[in-house]
Design a protein around this ligand. Structure first.
Ligand SMILES: [Zn+2]
Ligand SMILES: [Zn+2]
Length: 238
């Protein structure tokens, strides 16, 4: 299976827009998050040879502008009605936007398979600046084990991995990537999280987006050749 990074804060291809937010294409058919801006999302997809009509469904990790920003333009660019997996705790405004752009919002409450070997964790409670911010993450199962993609990890990256563990008791955690939201954490807290990754036997790690420079540095040092540099334009085989 392949994970294509469509949008993030850095890129390996100077033709691609970069900015705040995340967008990742899974298995050439499911788009996880849509970055901060529709025009940039569509242009990056074009530059990467991704046709909007090939996207069968969209998963929105959580209701923050840097993950929903490109959704309207994408849905309008598509000919067919597209399922958008959201959490029931997302705003009515977002649900209405999806419907008005020709999308079909599907509220995910619990862990479920949404494509062959592609799962959503379902809604995990989280907070952002004191307010509720529910979030879902994606789990991909391949012969290498499980790969987990997070949006901002507002519920906590370790809590998300704990939820994944509840569903998959035995499988190896192969790769964990996405926003880990460690920008405000100090070195000690980040070191603890990296340590927990090692205890959970996470083989490869790819912190990006809101993980923060300090966390990326510590993960890079501790993971060595198993650190995956996640940047727009990059394709990760899992
Ligand atoms: Zn974010
Ligand atoms: Zn966020």
């Amino acid at each position: 299976m392949e994970i294509k990074v469509v949008f993030d804060k850095e890129t390996i291809n100077e033709r691609l827009h970069i900015g705040w937010g995340l967008s990742v294409l899974i298995d050439n058919k499911i788009l996880f998050d849509t970055g901060e801006k529709g025009e940039w999302l569509l242009q990056n997809m074009g530059a990467m040879g991704i046709n909007p009509d090939d996207i069968e469904s969209v998963i929105i990790s959580h209701d923050h502008w840097d993950h929903t920003g490109g959704l309207e333009s994408l849905l309008r660019a598509k000919k067919k009605k597209t399922i958008v997996y959201i959490c029931s705790g997302f705003s009515e405004k977002l649900k209405e936007l999806i419907t008005s752009c020709g999308g079909e919002p599907v509220e995910v409450k619990k862990f479920q398979e949404i494509g062959k070997n592609i799962y959503t964790t379902g809604e995990i409670p989280g907070t952002y600046k004191g307010a509720s911010m529910p979030e879902q993450a994606v789990v991909l199962k391949t012969e290498n084990g499980l790969s987990v993609i997070t949006g901002c990890a507002h519920p906590g990256i370790l809590e998300i991995l704990g939820e994944v563990r509840k569903q998959f008791k035995k499988e190896q955690l192969f790769f964990v990537m996405g926003g880990f939201h460690l920008l405000e954490k100090d070195t000690g807290e980040i070191a603890f999280i990296v340590d927990r990754f090692k205890t959970m036997k996470v083989e490869k790690a790819g912190p990006c987006h809101c993980s923060g420079p300090e966390a990326e540095k510590i993960f890079a040092k501790e993971y060595g050749e198993n650190f995956v540099m996640v940047k727009a334009g990059k394709i990760v085989s899992i």
